[in-house]
Write a protein that binds this ligand. Structure first.
Ligand code: FES
Ligand code: FES
Length: 158
């Protein structure tokens, strides 16, 4: 079945079963491999993307349910060669070791800062509860949230 999807500002038509996971379509059909397969069961957050302004687990989202809602993946955050402030904050704070969780963490934080531009550390930690980092970089991830919030307050949010 032909399914139309808007991803990172581009429209794609993919020929697949509507029950296929969005993550499979992103990675295997569109070649957008920044979203990672971790648990495949909605429990780790590695596959997180934005659907509209909301963070969603793409491994448990059926592509047929996405319809016309715009999808943003980690590949779609950079604009005109400039990293998104959350991506830049991850670099500045050194918020990764293996980085397997980073794409999902970053997408979740982008969603957080769109709904709450100045979260407290506790609020940020709570919002990120469903994103697992096996390397234990949570303290630096929370530092990145703070840096990104400051940068976005100065430079305008996106
Ligand atoms: S791979 Fe989707 S939540 Fe773990
Ligand atoms: S940096 Fe390795 S899982 Fe988070």
């Amino acid at each position: 079945m032909a399914i139309e999807l808007k991803v990172n500002g581009r429209t794609y038509t993919v020929d697949t079963d509507p029950e296929t996971s969005l993550l499979t379509v992103l990675r295997d059909h569109l070649g957008l491999t920044g979203s990672k397969y971790g648990c495949g069961e909605g429990e780790c957050g590695a596959c997180t993307v934005l659907i509209g302004n909301y963070s969603r687990r793409s491994c448990i989202t059926k592509v047929g349910h996405v319809r016309n809602n715009p999808v943003t993946t980690i590949e779609g955050l950079e604009q005109n060669g400039r990293l998104h402030p959350v991506q830049q904050a991850f670099l500045d704070a050194g918020s990764f070791q293996c980085a397997y969780c980073s794409s999902g963490m970053i997408m979740t934080i982008v969603a957080l800062l769109r709904s709450n531009p100045h979260p407290t550390t506790e609020q940020a930690a709570e919002f990120l509860q469903g994103n697992i980092c096996r390397c234990g970089t949570h303290p630096r991830i929370l530092q990145a949230v703070e840096l990104a919030a400051e940068a976005m307050a100065k430079g305008g949010s996106r």
